[in-house]
Every structure is written in C-alpha cells, then in structure tokens.
Design a protein around this ligand. Structure first.
Ligand code: FE2
Length: 303
C-alpha cells in the first residue's frame, strides 16, 4: 500500500475534485497548500491553485501544463478500480473490528463476510458529488487516526472520493437541530443503497463536525459504532449525564435503545454497522438539556 500519509493522499484526491462544484476551487487551493507545506508541491504550482481558487469552473491542469508543471495523476476511475479500492477499505475495516471486543462486533463482521469473500466486483453506484462536511472535516479526523492506524486512515483517504456521502435530511429539522442537519455526512459501503449490495445490513463510515450534538434518538436497527477518533460524549437514556469515551471504544445500541452523541474537539469519524431492520426509520427522542449540551465543549484531554 502507498505509504504516503493519509492527509497527503486526501489532498491529492481533493486536487481532482469535480470542476464547477461550489467551493471546489477553494478546496483545491487548501489541498495544494497542504501539499506545499509538506514539501510535495512547489510555489509555482501553488500559485496556480491560488489563482484558480475563486474560479470553481477553472481547470488548473492547462495552466500547470503551460508552466511546464505536472498535473495531478488521476486514480483508476474504472468501476473495477473503484471496486478494488473499496475491497481494500472493507478488509481494513474488518481487520480493525477484529481488534475490538464487545457486543455486536461478531454480528457486524458476519454481515460483512460475504462482501469480503466475493471477488472484487464493479461497483453498483457511481461516486457522489462533493460534500462540504467531508471537505471540511475528514482531513483532521484522518490525521488523528493515522497516528495509530495508518493503513486504515490511508484506505479511507484513498476511497473517500469513490463513495456517495449523504447529509441525511429526513429528520424533522426542528427535532434534530440545524447543527446536526448541516454538520454530518455518511457513506454506505455495503447495504441496500450501497456500492456493494446487502438486503438487510448496512456498513459505512460516518463523520460529524466537531462539537455537534447528535440529539437523543432511537431506531429498530441494532447499531454498532466503532469510533476512530475521540474523545466524544455519549448517553443511553434521555436526560442522563454524559459519559466521555476515547477513540476505539465501540458502542453497541440494541434495537430501539436511546442514544446520543456529543462530538468532542476532533471530528467524529466512525465505522457504523446496522445488522437488521435497516430500512426502518430513526426517531428523535425529546430531552430538556439539549441547549446546554449544544453549548458544551469537551476538552481534548478529557477521556
Ligand atoms: Fe443511531
């Protein structure tokens, strides 16, 4: 596997963000700055990305070529190339889950096994467009993760652009709150809507912006969270006090059990697994202390 840090892999992928998407010029310039600061891009190329930063439609490649500079290399965009990258990521997720212990882990790994055993398949779905939560927060989460789990961080960085990242809009906005509504994104990897199909099983990656409160809710699907960053706050009953958990401590939510997540100073990045009843909707559970919890800031060292 490529040994380049995940943050640089992600930056190289961001240079290839689709032209014309709102904010994509700024995202390419930020990625170019990351590479420049790491000594992986010269100042002439950086200047071209700076010039193009307010111009979302402008392709920097012809300007780079005119200056005698190399354009960023595109990864294999064929369906099979994307399928192989996803397969690598799923294998890393399974290896990670195997390192944990606790309820639900065996069930989630059992649901993943058919996808791991199958030959790499062309993906069922095209990758989605840009997602602002991903662009703003995945880099910081992966930088933290790669200190302890470099292969997993690299596999997520390489595959992120292949996945369809969804900022879920089905919760009533006044119940779930605008911080969460606009501050999260998830990508299904295996499931009914995923690039690899499973009828009643879901495995994916979930990202929430720092300090956001994911208010109390429940759903019929049993759910595993395997948080790759931390610390974050949790509770499993409305109005209960918060419990702070570090990264790499899995959380299992049995069917219809209430749960709430308060994101800490780092973006919340986790592998999630739903083992059945994945099509049944989640429901927000009212609690009286959301205003204080939304203002709360968890300290980095609190774990
Ligand atoms: Fe949940």
């Amino acid at each position: 596997m490529n040994r380049e840090p995940a943050s640089l892999i992600l930056a190289r992928q961001t240079l290839l963000a689709a032209l014309g998407l709102a904010g994509s010029g700024r995202q390419r310039y930020a990625a170019a700055m990351t590479l420049f600061n790491a000594g992986k891009m010269d100042d002439q190329a950086l200047e071209i990305y700076r010039i193009c930063s307010p111009l979302d439609q402008e392709d920097p490649a012809p300007l780079l070529a005119a200056a005698g500079l190399a354009a960023p290399a595109h990864p294999d965009e064929s369906d099979l190339g994307r399928g192989l990258r996803l397969k690598t990521l799923l294998a890393e997720c399974d290896r990670y889950l195997a390192s944990l212990s606790g309820p639900g882990i065996a069930e989630v790994r059992a649901g993943l096994a058919p996808s791991l055993a199958a030959r790499a398949e062309p993906l069922l779905r095209p990758s989605g467009g840009a997602n602002v939560v991903l662009a703003d927060h995945l880099g910081a989460a992966l930088t933290a993760l790669e200190a302890t789990h470099p292969e997993l961080a690299q596999a997520i960085a390489i595959t992120a652009a292949d996945l369809e990242w969804i900022t879920y809009g089905e919760y009533p906005p006044d119940e779930i709150g605008t911080d969460f509504l606009t501050g999260h994104a998830y990508a299904e990897m295996v499931g009914p809507e995923g690039p690899l199909f499973a009828e009643d099983y879901d495995l994916g990656i979930f990202l929430i912006a720092p300090d956001v409160l994911y208010r109390d809710h429940h759903h019929p699907a049993p759910e595993l969270y395997a948080p790759l960053t931390g610390p974050h706050g949790w509770r499993f009953g409305q109005n209960d006090p918060l419990t702070i958990k570090p990264a790499h401590v899995p959380v299992w939510n049995p069917p219809n059990a209430p749960h709430m997540t308060k994101v800490g100073p780092l973006p919340f990045l986790c592998i999630f697994g739903w083992t059945k009843d994945v099509q049944l909707p989640a429901k927000v559970l009212p609690a009286g202390d959301w205003p204080e919890l939304e203002k709360l800031r968890i300290a980095p060292e609190q774990s």
